[in-house]
Design a protein around this ligand. Structure first.
Ligand SMILES: [Zn+2]
Length: 272
């Protein structure tokens, strides 16, 4: 930054209602993010958000002090992910390319993924926090009552940055255990929620807890539907966070330009 030069800020309003102003990423940060993309959930998210944060305009459902750097790992996972998306997007990474394999014809081809969750043409679906869940977190914190399939009462939380950090540190097979260990705050009859106790739960409790969370959660759905460029069949892929920090394409794809033209035509017709 040239000294004395004002920094341009961009306000991002998260799915929960939390809003903050960020500057664009520096080239060095983009390079670091791209290099760390295989371990994206480690401190990289916290460091990047801290570096680019300028101010908090609305704490949303959180009881954060708006004057200091927000505790990024305490944000709902959906909010933190949204901020990383917007940061990459605002910094010029509009449509990273992702090589996906079509399950119908087995051809692996590159697809341009529109990662801007606020764009009507986005591949991602944005889901806002419901007002009653917002009020619940504001009044009672991120703690919800529920019940396991075996009938025991539990208190659980919606996944946060911390949950993602913990899950990303273990191998894939151990991820459900790491997940439950972090989101389950109390289980009836258990003094401590230690891994051994979690291991004794039935396998289908994982999905059951996940369903309870999904019912209340907000965020950005990263499952996208693509049309195979080879066989034209439709298929779903789950876009990993690593794709979002692929060095960006600076020009819009032909498909995007066509979509934008169509939209312009529609709005001018609607206005006429
Ligand atoms: Zn295909």
């Amino acid at each position: 930054m040239v000294e004395g030069q004002p920094v341009e800020g961009f306000e991002f309003k998260c799915p929960s209602g939390f809003s903050a102003v960020f500057r664009k990423m520096k080239l060095a940060e983009q390079v670091k993010a791209a290099k760390n993309k295989n371990k994206p959930q480690n401190n990289f998210a916290r460091n990047l958000l801290t570096a680019c944060w300028l101010s908090t305009s609305d704490a949303g459902p959180y009881d954060f002090d708006t004057e200091s750097v927000p505790p990024w790992d305490d944000l709902l996972a959906g909010d933190r992910f949204y901020l990383l998306l917007k940061l990459s997007n605002t910094s010029g990474n509009e449509t990273p390319s992702y090589r996906a394999r079509c399950p119908h014809c087995s051809k692996r081809k590159p697809y341009d993924i529109n990662i801007n969750p606020d764009d009507p043409d986005s591949h991602f679906v944005f889901r806002k926090l419901e007002p009653e869940v917002f009020d619940h977190i504001k009044e009672r914190g991120n703690r919800f009552d529920g019940e396991l399939l075996d009938g025991r009462r539990i208190v659980y939380k919606l996944p946060t940055g911390t949950t993602e950090n913990k899950v990303s540190k273990v191998d894939e097979a151990s991820q459900p255990v790491a997940f439950l260990r972090d989101v389950l705050l109390e289980v009836e009859g258990l003094e401590h929620i230690h891994p051994k106790a979690i291991m004794q739960l039935d396998v289908d409790e994982v999905e059951h807890v996940q369903d309870m969370i999904d019912e209340r959660n907000c965020g950005v759905d990263t499952t996208v539907e693509l049309d195979c460029v080879n066989c034209m069949e439709e298929f779903d892929i789950d876009v990993p966070l690593s794709v979002i920090f692929e060095p960006g394409r600076r020009t819009r794809s032909r498909q995007q330009k066509r979509r934008a033209e169509k939209r312009k035509k529609r709005s001018s017709q609607a206005g006429a």
